[in-house]
Design a binder for this molecule. Sequence first.
Ligand code: HEC
Ligand code: HEC
Length: 331
Amino acid sequence: MKELKILAVVVFFSLLTYWLVEPYAHSQMHKHVEGHGFVYDGKADIEEAVAAAENAKKSGIKVKEAEARVEAKKAFWADVAKISKLKGDPAAGEGVYAMCAGCHMDGAVNMGGVIPPSLEKAGSLYDKNYLIALIKDPAMASNVDHKYADTMTHPMGSIKTMVTEPQQIADVVAYLKAKKVGKLETKEAFYDACGRCHAMRYAKMTQLGDTPKFKHEKDALAYQVKVLDEQDLVKAYMGKLPPDLSIIIRARSEHFLKTFVENPQSQLPGTSMPRTGLSKEGYAAVEEYLTEVGDPSKPKREAIGPWVILFFVGFTVLAYLWKKQEWRDLH
Ligand code: HEC
Ligand code: HEC
């Protein structure tokens, strides 16, 4: 029975490492960020602003500004909650939507740093509360207001002067939500939500979308120049070129990606990446696309996993029986 004891010791220490040591080391090296289930109620933003105001008080620097920011966030999200309770009229919203379409049209070009995304599937891709917040004040909604002295200067900031009535906001969001769009395709979800900033080299996708095939090298090079020009604009807007996301699904944990997308400031305080306001469904589609491109063999691996374990279990039993047989006469 010595073997069984050895096995028990090995199993014990493996499990100890897996369940206690590794998670402990992880928790010490990374701050734990709570997810909030793709609910956008401003709670995280207000908590962040309160913490920043407390730090400001300690250091005595820009205390008034920090306190004003807390009040602004509270008032903003309270307004969003109020608008969220209004009943929106999709038919009236279609008229308001004409203003959105002025920027968000097919073939739109770069505007203040990025190409305004298609809103074809916005009703499924984004959360309702987030859309309300975004139309009310894009910089506040995406939690990058600290970048702007006046949030009007955000590339979509002028919407604040175009859609001013709470009922108009409720109507246009109802219009987007009522649009029947069919299934959210994973690639389209990624390009609409992230593609104006992040390229996907492995899928031959840049900030301009899918890279076309060219017959002549000269045309391919001309296209490359267009891509570089676009990337320069994104870089100027964001302060740096957002990283290619081809293999991010392997580089970062599921939990990191989810909480980062919900609120980039929670994981990288001060980052210029805006919150994108995805719904649960929208995030699932984006995550699936990241997996399709970055880890295409995952479904296969997962299907084979149980069989491999079964094989090892069977093999262990056989090896044990064989060993017993061989040693029988020697003891
Ligand atoms: C003045 C041009 C302009 C108008 C008008 C405008 N948008 Fe935008 N919108 C933009 C730009 C530019 C972006 C990209 C901003 C960024 O990525 O920082 C954007 C981004 C968005 C996004 C993605 C935001 C995110 O955080 O993921 C949505 C959704 C959106 N707009 C909806 C709307 C709706 C709905 C309207 C009309 C009520 C509207 N927009 C009106 C320019 C505009
Ligand atoms: C308006 C531009 C913009 C959009 C839209 C955007 N990002 Fe980003 N993203 C950035 C920038 C800029 C950085 C670099 C952040 C930094 O280093 O501070 C970044 C960084 C990241 C990182 C790297 C974080 C890390 O440290 O590993 C991930 C992951 C990421 N983005 C995912 C996404 C996903 C998923 C989407 C779509 C749901 C998205 N981003 C949409 C601008 C954007």
